[in-house]
Ligand binder design. Structure first.
Ligand SMILES: [Zn+2]
Ligand SMILES: [Zn+2]
Length: 281
């Protein structure tokens, strides 16, 4: 099934900022109305953290397009996959901007409302993200500091089981097994939802999940992410996280920045020896 996409004002000519690999995009009609494509809303904020995706330009330099969505259905009637086709409004040349497989679930919306209006697409909540080239000893040191000096509770999350408050030593022992885990640092009691993968964006917790193993030219290293949200979305507004949490999270960040090495970049909190070993300056 193929359908032409039209803005809520009826306009059928758009500029499109599409991240084809992520299956995420924003289109803007000639009248300036913004819409997110399909189910982009869940991923959009993350995709604009590092800047605005560029509007697609045709070889003829025009950025104006007409758009068609093509759907492939399962026997059940759910959408299996979709494809976004664009035709240049100036020269008529055609191209595919995005293809996406749709996981099961309610898929009617992507057919009935492929364009999801958004008033202020560039508004984003403030997130703090640090990365550190760490060893297990660094993790031990950071967790001990958070626990003893900042009074943090360490919520160990085995991903496939219930969240448990553990001591810094216990978390380090879990980390040493090499299994993937999530780790949430909070103050006091925190009630976790069932879906926890990205819960740091909406809850008063610092995310310190298991590090990523990176292959650099000189060898492998462990890259630890430390991130939290200063504010969370509430409807169309962003509200600050609770004060007690923010004072904890900011103290932790301040200590990390003053204790570790930031030569690799503005948001780096590295172990200097690891940074040197892995060839960063
Ligand atoms: Zn419009
Ligand atoms: Zn063209």
């Amino acid at each position: 099934m193929i359908q032409d996409l039209a803005c809520r004002c009826g306009c059928k000519v758009f500029s499109a900022r599409v991240l084809g690999n992520e299956g995420v995009g924003l289109v803007t009609c000639e009248e300036g109305h913004h819409s997110l494509l399909f189910d982009s809303r869940d991923y959009w904020v993350e995709c604009i953290q590092d800047g605005r995706p560029r509007a697609r330009k045709c070889r003829c330099k025009s950025k104006l397009l007409t758009l068609q969505a093509e759907y492939e259905f399962r026997e059940s009637g759910d959408v299996r996959a979709l494809c976004l086709r664009a035709r240049c409004a100036a020269c008529g040349s055609e191209r595919v901007l995005m293809t996406a497989d749709i996981k099961c679930g309610a898929t009617d919306k992507v057919v009935q409302e492929p364009l999801d209006p958004i008033e202020r697409p560039w508004l984003k909540p403030e997130w703090v993200t640090l990365t550190g080239l760490w060893t297990e000893e660094d993790l031990r040191r950071v967790l001990a500091y958070a626990e003893e000096r900042l009074g943090a509770t360490l919520f160990f999350d085995p991903i496939d089981g219930p969240v448990q408050a553990l001591s810094a030593e216990e978390v380090v022992r879990e980390a040493e097994t090499g299994r993937a885990y999530w780790l949430w640092l909070g103050v006091g009691q925190v009630d976790f939802p069932t879906e926890r993968m990205d819960c740091w964006r909406t809850m008063p917790v610092v995310d310190l999940r298991s590090p990523f193993t990176m292959s650099y030219q000189v060898g492998r290293g462990q890259l630890q992410y430390v991130r939290y949200a200063e504010e969370v979305a509430e409807g169309a507004e962003f509200v600050k996280q609770p004060g007690a949490f923010l004072s904890f999270a900011r103290s932790l960040v301040e200590w990390l920045m003053s204790t570790f090495d930031s030569r690799r970049g503005r948001h780096a909190v590295d172990n200097s020896r690891e940074r040197e070993r892995l060839g960063f300056g």
